[in-house]
Design a protein around this ligand. Structure first.
Ligand SMILES: [Zn+2]
Length: 354
């Protein structure tokens, strides 16, 4: 019996994540699982894809808008599996079930293995034990000093975050660029994901003897990670967090780390109303207003790696021993370049029959 993978959104461009896996359980009963249910990255209501019918479950990799923003349209009858850390950010009408952060669970008769994806608090990669293994990375990063990336089991088919395309600039270089972009005259405003790099950057600034940072009140705080297991938080950083007190948010701090990362809402959205007060530094995805601010030199863009470099994609492909791999969330117009860098396993198709 065939397994079909259909990338409903996130193929050939940076867009909401939504992948439908149609397969069969060991009793030959059909099973339909949706991997992530993303929302529009430009802040529009239209997520760009439709919720499939007859879903048995939705599995969520992590709590960023482009992976969960479509859940508001999901009927309550479909169970949603997400880690406890991620559930806090999900719509309240849903039928939520616990996905382990690092372990195994049976969902609709399918064995699902998860592990830390190195990208955000409680964020996971997802491995389905069907068709000799289907691995979906969610968003992943092998360079985080806060969030561990766990070694996944082998999989014949891999769907990998490649949000940066073929890009091989390492985090050590990015960190130097960020130090160079900081202003000493104005407060530095950095819109960041609240459960993602906000705290990672705060702890890194602290390690650079730059103590004048504050975090938005809805960001993960140092006190939140003191008891976290070492599959959730790298132990060196939870030790560091023990030496740091949570601090009050201030609009005039030297370094302001706050959400949302696109600057639409929250503290970042509010402070960007007075953009002339701040040295604005974006470090992630740039929506249209941020792109034009960077083009007009009223904001900086310095990428802080939260997605894989080409080197780390190649390493993961080797670890998975996959025979076919579809890069996600990036243009794939020049497949030959991808194959030169990552091998002939690279496929540029949104539909797979396994
Ligand atoms: Zn993400």
């Amino acid at each position: 019996m065939k397994t079909n993978v259909s990338i409903l959104s996130g193929f050939n461009r940076k867009a909401a994540a939504a992948i439908l896996v149609s397969t069969y359980d060991h009793n030959h009963q059909p099973v339909r699982l949706l991997l992530d249910a993303g929302g529009n990255l430009e802040g529009f209501d239209d997520k760009g894809w439709k919720i499939p019918t007859d879903l048995d479950a939705v599995l969520i990799s992590h709590d960023h808008h482009d992976h969960i923003g479509g859940l508001k349209d999901l009927p309550q009858s479909v169970p949603v599996f997400a880690t406890e850390q991620v559930q806090a950010y999900l719509p309240k009408h849903l039928d939520l079930r616990v996905l382990p952060h690092s372990g195994q669970i049976c969902v609709a008769g399918i064995t699902v293995t998860t592990g830390g994806a190195g990208h955000s608090y409680g964020g996971v990669w997802i491995h389905l034990k069907v068709a000799d293994g289907i691995f979906y990375s969610g968003d992943f990063c092998a360079e985080s000093e806060l969030f561990p990336f766990e070694q996944p089991p082998p999989a014949k088919t891999a769907l990998l975050d490649a949000s940066y395309g073929l890009y091989d600039r390492f985090q050590t270089q990015a960190k130097q660029d960020i130090l160079n972009a900081l202003s000493n005259d104005k407060p530095n405003l950095m819109p960041v994901p609240q459960s993602g790099r906000a705290l990672e950057m705060a702890l890194w600034f602290d390690s650079q003897n730059l103590y004048g940072w504050v975090l938005g009140s809805d960001c993960l705080q140092p006190s939140d990670i003191l008891q976290a297991s070492d599959t959730l938080i790298c132990s060196a950083r939870s030790h560091q967090a023990k030496m740091i007190c949570d601090r009050d948010f201030r609009d005039d701090a030297h370094i302001i780390l706050c959400g949302d990362p696109e600057g639409f809402s929250g503290d970042a959205g509010r402070l960007l109303q007075q953009t002339e007060r701040y040295n604005v530094i974006y470090t992630g995805h740039l929506p249209a207003h941020a792109r034009s601010a960077v083009a007009n030199n009223t904001a900086h863009f310095v990428r802080w790696n939260v997605h894989p470099t080409t080197t780390h994609l190649a390493l993961l492909i080797e670890q998975l021993q996959c025979e076919q791999c579809v890069p996600l969330f990036c243009p794939l117009d020049e497949v030959s370049l991808w194959r030169q860098s990552l091998g002939n396993c690279i496929l540029a198709t949104p539909q797979l029959e396994l």
